[in-house]
Design a protein around this ligand. Structure first.
Ligand SMILES: Nc1ncnc2c1ncn2[C@@H]1O[C@H](COP(=O)(O)OP(=O)(O)O)[C@@H](O)[C@H]1O
Ligand SMILES: [Mg+2]
Length: 290
């Protein structure tokens, strides 16, 4: 039996440090500063959620973490080693579907290990476990177009998680799903995380999603972005959506986060941003349980 798959599953969760990172595009008059003097940690075996206004620079940070692009200044390290380029230690799950339409659910989930020649008894067991966990056992032989949007997202979660990266990075993975499907996704995803606490970094613009999922919450400023506040979401796990709605601590954190996001939105509102105007409008309609 090929041992590498077994070894892979024993690979430790990683920790990422972002230190004084700047990122700009273009030069001179056309220079666009997207990230400015940004520092934060993605702690080992924790679920860190980043929330920030749309357009603030979150996906730009993800491209830096993934190693697709380099910072203009500052350092990003994984367990003390500088990030030099893309590597399977850091797996990014984007909002766009990554499923291969010509493969069944099962084959899609096994794609990573097969591509690396790492299919072992343990990998096959893990595939079964993940299929069950994301509720797709009955759909293993179906193709992506035969699955609902929510099922496709669940298949993608399983397809990513089977690779056990040191750090799993998710860029607004549930954006665009209807509210009920989205809430169901939160429960599937948090159950997967609670089962096997690896390092997860999850980016969103949805405050309820952020608080339900996070161990730690990074609240970002407007563009050029940096961390405005870090909140520890000290709510016990396993979490159920119904509990969170009634949870005073969750509501307190939500109020804190919203007031910071509101300040940031007001700043960019005064600069005429459409996204910020939408946020201010949505925020003013929100009623938060006190
Ligand atoms: N390659 C690039 N060249 C110029 N500007 C860019 C580039 N990539 C991103 N930006 C700008 O950076 C800003 C932040 O984008 P992004 O990181 O996608 O934000 P978010 O993910 O928070 O919505 C946007 O204004 C975008 O126009
Ligand atoms: Mg983005």
């Amino acid at each position: 039996m090929d041992e590498s798959g077994v070894v892979r599953q024993k690979i430790e969760a990683g920790e990422i440090a972002v230190e004084n990172v700047d990122k700009s595009y273009g030069s001179h008059h056309f220079r666009k500063e997207v990230v400015r003097n940004c520092s934060f940690k993605i702690e080992r075996a924790k679920l860190t959620v980043m929330i920030g206004p749309s357009g603030c620079g979150k996906s730009t940070l993800i491209r830096l973490l993934a190693g697709f692009e380099k910072p203009s200044a500052g350092a990003i390290t994984l367990d003390g080693h500088p990030i030099a380029g893309p590597d399977r230690d850091r797996l990014v799950l984007f909002q766009e579907s990554a499923l291969f339409p010509w493969m069944t659910t099962y084959d899609n989930i096994l794609y990573g290990p097969r591509a690396r020649g790492e299919v072992t008894k343990e990998t096959l067991e893990l595939a079964e476990f993940l299929l069950a966990k994301v509720g797709l056992k009955e759909f293993r032989k179906k193709y992506p177009t035969q699955l609902s949007g929510g099922m496709q997202r669940r298949a993608e979660l399983a397809r990513a998680m089977i690779n056990n990266p040191r750090v799993m990075i998710l860029d607004e993975p549930f954006r665009g799903l209807d509210a009920m499907t989205k809430e169901l996704m939160w429960e599937y995803y948090s159950a997967l995380y609670e089962e096997n606490r690896r390092t997860n970094f999850f980016v969103t613009t949805d405050i309820d999603e952020a608080i339900f999922l996070a161990d730690r919450l990074l609240i970002m400023s407007n563009i050029p972005t940096q961390v405005r506040a870090t909140l520890e979401v000290d709510i016990p796990r396993p979490r159920k959506l119904a509990d969170i709605v009634e949870n005073d601590r969750a509501n307190e954190i939500k109020m804190q986060a919203l007031s910071i996001l509101h300040e940031e939105a007001m700043k960019s509102f005064s600069r005429g941003s459409k996204a910020a105007a939408d946020f201010v409008e949505a925020y003013s309609k929100r009623s938060v349980k006190t």
